[in-house]
Design a protein around this ligand. Structure first.
Ligand SMILES: [Mn+2]
Length: 266
């Protein structure tokens, strides 16, 4: 049994299947962790969802901002932005099944046997793995509940993540979601900056979340997607960026979690 992780699909179905073929992925034995943003912007989100639905026992998705946005649009009866190219997903007779599939998925996963932690955007440097998992479960319970609508209607705002215990419930949900699905750079006080999406070194005042000393000392590895502008480079051996921007014309990247071997395809 092999365990793999793969970067953001964003509706790029063909390179996804080519990577699965390249590693001889066997859905009856192997498991695939998708770092999130499985849909949106790319040409074939529907085919990606169909494949994931068919193979749901062999996959885990750590949800990304685009996946949560799809759930939010569905809960709040909003249409997606045309540039997301999701019309056929919303019109599919299987739409409600895709929504249940996504809602079953976590925001973060820890694989103690590999000392690996997986989430879409990363982990806040001040959160231990156990704290991060507790925060993730706190939000997961809500998006699986009857009050999911409240969560999604207050999801979009840029709130700092300091003193998370002193925040209101809605602010707490938002702060946790922003870390797991939208974070890239941190300010000097460890608050999120959600405006800069540039490559490393594109800011002199902001620091990539993974350049905190906590990660230099850590024996764990941290696997994430979301930040295509990094092109897979973090300059940290144990922080692995898998979103290599396939939807923007870059390669798609997959790794074997045990051997750390990486595979990529244009
Ligand atoms: Mn993302």
């Amino acid at each position: 049994m092999a365990q793999y992780a793969i970067g953001d699909l964003q509706g790029c179905f063909k390179p996804f299947t080519q990577l699965l073929d390249m590693v001889n992925f066997n859905s009856s034995k192997d498991h695939l962790y998708l770092v999130g943003d499985v849909i949106a912007r790319g040409p074939d989100s529907l085919a990606c969802l169909d494949w994931l639905y068919m193979h749901q026992d062999s996959i885990t998705i750590t949800l990304g901002n685009h996946d949560l946005h799809l759930l939010a649009c569905a809960e709040l009866n909003r249409l997606p932005n045309p540039k997301d190219k999701l019309e056929n997903v919303f019109q599919s007779p299987r739409f409600s099944k895709y929504l249940s599939l996504l809602k079953q998925q976590p925001l973060a996963v820890s694989l103690p046997e590999h000392r690996a932690f997986i989430s879409h955007a990363g982990i806040h440097p001040t959160w231990s793995i156990n704290t991060a998992l507790e925060y993730a479960q706190y939000v997961e319970q809500r998006y699986r509940s009857h009050s999911a609508k409240d969560l999604f209607s207050s999801m979009y705002s840029e709130h700092p993540t300091e003193c998370i215990n002193e925040l209101s419930e809605a602010e707490k949900f938002r702060a946790i979601i922003n870390v797991f699905t939208r974070m890239r750079y941190l300010k000097a006080n460890n608050e999120l900056d959600l405006t800069n999406k540039g490559s490393m070194g594109s800011s002199t005042t902001l620091t990539p979340w993974f350049h905190h000393e906590r990660f230099q000392k850590s024996k764990n590895s941290f696997i994430f997607g979301h930040w295509a502008a990094l092109k897979g480079v973090t300059k940290m051996q144990n922080v692995i960026a898998l979103d290599t921007g396939c939807v923007w014309g870059g390669p798609m990247t997959m790794m074997n979690i045990t051997t750390k071997e990486q595979y990529s395809i244009k």
